[in-house]
Design a protein around this ligand. Structure first.
Ligand code: SF4
Ligand code: SF4
Length: 482
């Protein structure tokens, strides 16, 4: 008889129950006593169905065991030994793939000089100081970008403004929003706006405009004064905390139409995540806080090393468990990293590409070049056309061919690949000069964090399933990593 074998899955436990994360389908499967026992027997030694039933005869009826085997076969948690494995195969997306989000770099100038910045710091890939690029996007280029987005998008389009410091080009931002709103209405499409800012240039009329126009705002800030001022400094070296804190409070007071989030860059010197979180939510008043490790080459002193990733994971875990406790009691908790991953788990996201860059998301440089994403805007090596001339489908298809998960040797067999898929192209480029390389330096962290989020998912499935059901009703948000 043909033997049964365990297929690719990841075990975890939550709220006193065992679960499986079925890697090829990215589905979560709750185990009961009998399915759990069958899996253990099959995992220990490949054997035919009758062998499994005999091994469990002292605990379960043969009929119950065979029913559990059928259930596990249907879920592909187990299979027959002669069947091919479930490693990803290279199926390219249908083209033209609709554009969902366009990120406009309305300026490459900034009034801060954050040491770790990919635009200005030691790891920059585009020379915005001495290159040929315009320092500010012209109104016509922004309008061409809107036309490009509306041409390429489906019924809903997201326009995100970015920099440099976005608000240095507030006049173009303002006129572009009015233009895009009118053109979207004419085209019968819905358009949504957001921006990222360092908050130094916020003033009452700008805040009023953002609130009136329902613009989503993310503020880049690294935490309390000593952490913010460690890297987020003006060109003269002065810290920015005392400038931004009152302006952010003003923003939070007046802009009530959309929740406002903070986005924190973590470095080896600023890893006190709980303190940062509590400061930004309780003392400043942000609704949500998201954290991302700094993108940098490993030689930089502020790069997070192996021990730093361990520390970061411990703190993420602790905060994620706080999140679960709050949500189980129907209270808000603003740790957005865990919420975003729970949403992906709930929706069974399985990525052939790590993010939307080059697919549903494109960046635009100040002079109208279309790029893989905002971090590559202005880089000739990552150009996908121009907003005036249209998208270069050949370059886009070639990129997607070369970056599929099926071609990433280390990732093909990794259980965390449905959510990671090799990690950020920009990080890979900064580290290895090659966007096709997976970010193997943070695999342990990614797997540890994914495991924690699965545990939280299982816990909330027991304690507050309604919270998870909300993800079915909410539109998927496009994250723009800064
Ligand atoms: S980068 Fe590492 S964690 Fe991510 S999918 Fe590849 S092997 Fe897995
Ligand atoms: S994850 Fe990296 S490559 Fe993808 S959009 Fe963000 S910065 Fe760009």
């Amino acid at each position: 008889m043909i033997a049964l074998v365990a297929r690719e899955c990841h075990h975890f436990s939550a709220a006193g129950r065992d679960y499986l994360y079925l890697v090829p389908s990215a589905a979560v499967f709750a185990l009961d006593d009998v399915t759990s026992a069958v899996l253990r027997v099959v995992g220990e030694r490949r054997q035919p169905e009758d062998g499994v039933a005999s091994a469990l005869a002292d605990r379960f009826d043969a009929g119950v065991v065979h029913a559990a085997i059928a259930e596990l076969l249907a879920a592909r948690a187990i299979g027959y030994e002669h069947e091919p494995d479930d490693a990803p195969v290279r199926v390219l997306p249908m083209m033209p793939f609709p554009l969902n989000t366009m990120v406009l770099n309305v300026t490459n100038q900034c009034n801060l000089a954050c040491t770790y910045c990919y635009e200005y710091g030691e790891d920059k890939i585009v020379d915005t100081a001495h290159g040929r690029q315009a320092k500010f996007m012209a109104e016509q280029t922004a309008r061409d970008s809107v036309e490009f987005l509306l041409r390429e998008s489906g019924a809903v389009a997201h326009l995100t403004f970015f920099g440099g410091e976005t608000l240095l080009n507030f006049p173009v931002l303002q006129s572009t929003i009015a233009y895009a709103r009118r053109r979207a209405a004419e085209a019968g499409k819905t358009i949504d706006f957001s921006l990222t800012t360092n908050a130094t240039l916020l003033r009452p009329d700008i805040i009023e405009f953002l609130a009136d126009n329902d613009v989503g705002v993310t503020v880049s800030i690294d935490g309390p004064r000593e952490m913010q001022d460690r890297f987020r400094v003006f060109h003269n070296g002065a810290g920015s905390y005392d400038v931004v804190a009152p302006k952010i409070k003003d923003l939070l007071r007046r802009h009530r139409t959309r929740p406002i989030g903070a986005r924190v860059t973590l470095t080896s010197d600023t890893l006190d995540i709980r303190r940062i979180y509590e400061h930004l939510t309780e003392e400043i008043g942000f609704w949500e806080v998201g954290f991302a490790p700094v993108t940098t080459s490993p030689g930089q002193q502020y790069a997070i090393g192996e021990r730093g990733f361990d520390r970061m994971l411990d703190q993420f875990r602790a905060l994620a468990h706080d999140f679960a406790g709050s949500v189980a009691a129907n209270r808000h908790h603003g740790f957005s990293n865990v919420k975003d991953t729970l949403e992906e788990i709930h929706k069974g996201v399985s990525k052939a590409y790590p993010c939307g860059a080059g697919l549903g998301l494109l960046g635009v440089s100040t002079d109208g070049d279309v790029a893989l994403c905002h971090r590559f805007a202005g880089s000739d090596a990552h150009k996908f056309g121009t907003v005036a001339g249209g998208i270069d489908r050949g370059a886009q298809a070639a990129f997607l061919e070369r970056h599929h998960i099926a071609d990433k040797t280390d990732c093909r067999t990794c259980w965390a690949r449905p959510l990671c898929s090799g990690g950020c192209y920009h990080e890979a480029y900064v580290r290895h000069g090659d966007t096709t390389r997976p970010n193997l330096h943070y695999c342990e962290w990614i797997r540890g964090w994914t495991h924690t989020c699965l545990e939280i998912y299982g816990e909330l499935a027991e304690r507050n399933p309604e919270f998870l059901a909300r993800f079915d009703r909410e539109e998927t948000k496009t994250e723009v990593a800064v």
